[in-house]
Design a protein around this ligand. Structure first.
Ligand SMILES: [Mg+2]
Ligand SMILES: [Zn+2]
Length: 249
């Protein structure tokens, strides 16, 4: 039996929320509004880490603490069926399955949530934006870009945000882990517009587990044929359906 790589987007895929928005929704409506206003000034529905970084500075300035931010993350909804799905697959396939997290959130948010649910060892790697608590103000979380602004742009023409091309990241990971041929199947679980790029790079027989009615679903409908999408697209709405798909692996 060959090896399977399960790639998870995080927001609205592994978890049932958008981490960036959730922290503000839990703590402060005015700052949630400010995030929205700043985000709308850019393009697309997803936040760049720059916008979140800026608004997290405002959150600390308003007197909110590191512990309050961490508490907000700990109560972020993670569906019990998703936890069961990944644990079950890991138990059944052992060394023949590997999990990769590919997300536009950040290391602190993802790390905090996984640890709270006892899943800190699930992913072999978490590819996301860097983040750290400020040395000047311990309550301020500084969030950076996976691809720093000082580096040459990634040049993706599929429409990834400037801070990360998820398709490039997936290809680099596969290259590092023995090349695509070392894997029997790649399964990608996603919902967002920036999950389209990695799906385009995947092969016939790979699976795209696409959350129904969200941006990725729409992009596949509108652009899938045009770009010659080869993956088998399977739709899901709730985590229990991911568990069902995983049982077929
Ligand atoms: Mg997402
Ligand atoms: Zn891309």
């Amino acid at each position: 039996m060959g090896k399977t790589l399960i790639v998870f987007d995080f927001d609205w895929s592994f978890v049932d929320q958008d981490t960036d928005r959730w922290v503000f929704e839990v703590l402060s409506t005015p700052l949630r509004r400010l995030l929205q206003t700043r985000k709308s000034a850019g393009t697309g529905s997803q936040c760049t880490p720059d916008v979140v970084h800026e608004t997290m500075a405002d959150l600390a300035e308003a007197g909110f603490t590191k512990e309050q931010v961490l508490d907000a993350l700990r109560i972020l909804p993670v569906h019990p069926a998703m936890k069961r799905a990944v644990r079950g697959l890991k138990e059944r396939k052992g060394e023949d399955v590997e999990f990769l997290c590919l997300s536009n959130s950040n290391v602190v948010y993802i790390g905090t949530i996984l640890k709270h649910h006892g899943l800190e060892d699930l992913f072999s790697e978490i590819i996301t934006n860097p983040a750290e608590w400020s040395s000047e103000n311990p309550n301020r979380l500084n969030i950076g870009r996976r691809l720093p602004a000082s580096e040459p742009p990634h040049g993706c023409t599929i429409g990834c945000l400037a801070n990360m091309c998820k398709g490039d990241e997936l290809e680099a990971y596969l290259a590092k882990r023995g090349g695509r041929d070392a894997w029997d199947k790649v399964v990608y679980v996603g919902d967002g517009g920036n999950d389209f790029c990695p799906l385009v790079r995947m092969k016939a027989g790979d699976w795209g587990l696409v959350r129904k009615g969200m941006e990725l679903d729409e992009r596949i409908r509108e652009e899938g044929d045009k770009v010659g999408l080869k993956v088998v697209v399977k739709k899901w709405e709730q985590a229990w359906q991911i568990e069902e798909y995983f049982q077929e692996l």
